[in-house]
Design a protein around this ligand. Structure first.
Ligand code: CAA
Length: 240
């Protein structure tokens, strides 16, 4: 029986590549999205992957959304916490809203999605929780005190939960992409983006499919011994 995978932020950017790669690997995939109806409709039409709209920043919406996915496809066995936003600003100009929006989506979103699914994974004695953090959660990034804090939080969340899940057959891992050629990175001012690319030893931005392959690997039944790990995929920009 095909396993069920739920990918948050799964209709655009890295998330879309993850949804497609999991589908191609034989999973029944549900792609969550928060805002862009047009992109989600186009994604569904192109891939045949069903999309579900709710905000991962809203716990009650996550509970309701997960229930709908599970009614359609069956219990979620692979959860990919990918949804993320940026509200970049130098700290002296950062507003409380910019801080809270990023923490609510990028860190609280991982709690809001994992918490309702966790008990079922424990009962079924199988689960894969894969969270997409960032190179900037590892090294910190000027202009991103909010984002770096949230993404570092995702790494700590993973390390703690991995220890709780191990006896129940649940692995919990985090992937730290470097700069990938998505809308999020293309929104960075060109001059800054060029200076970032110059810091990447492989000499280019990453591709969404390169992150998706990491997810497929960690999601597989064969990856059961890998838990609590941080997988960096950043072209050598930051080596830990
Ligand atoms: N790398 C190097 N220098 C940077 C930088 C970066 N990432 N971000 C800002 N700077 C530098 C600018 O070049 C500028 O330097 P100079 O004064 O020498 O010209 C200085 O910091 C101030 O920057 P701005 O003039 O742009 O200041 P601003 O107040 O107009 O804008 C900002 C500030 C909104 C933070 C803007 O600089 C910005 O968007 N920077 C990019 C921040 C960034 O790296 N975001 C990553 C987004 S991609 C992502 O998050 C995905 C992921 O996980 C990797």
């Amino acid at each position: 029986m095909a396993r069920v995978a739920l990918v948050t932020g799964g209709s655009r950017g890295i998330g879309a590549a993850i949804s497609v790669a999991l589908r191609d690997a034989g999973y029944k995939v549900a792609a969550n999205y928060a805002g862009n109806d047009e992109a989600a409709a186009a994604f569904s039409k192109e891939t045949g992957i069903k999309t579900y709209k709710w905000s991962v920043a809203d716990y009650d919406a996550c509970v309701a959304g997960i229930a709908k996915v599970e009614a359609d496809l069956g219990p979620v066995e692979v959860l990919v916490n990918n949804a993320g936003i940026t509200r970049d600003a130098m700290f002296h100009r950062m507003t409380r809203e910019q801080w809270s929006e990023v923490i609510n989506t990028n860190l609280n979103g991982a709690f809001n999605m994992t918490h309702p699914i966790w008990t079922g994974m424990r009962e079924r004695k199988f689960g894969r929780v894969i969270t997409i953090s960032s190179i900037n959660g590892q090294k910190g990034q000027m202009g991103q005190a909010n984002y770096s804090a949230a993404k570092a939080g995702d790494i700590g969340f993973t390390k703690a939960l991995a220890q709780e899940g191990a006896k129940a057959g649940i692995t919990v891992n985090v992937i730290c992409p470097g700069y990938i050629g998505t809308d999020m990175v293309m929104a960075v001012p060109e001059k800054v983006r060029e200076s970032i690319i110059a810091q990447i030893p492989v000499g280019r931005l990453g591709e969404p499919a390169e992150i998706a392959r990491c997810v497929v690997f960690l999601a597989s039944d064969e990856a059961g011994f890998i838990t609590g790990s941080t997988l960096s995929a950043n072209g050598g920009q930051y080596i830990v």
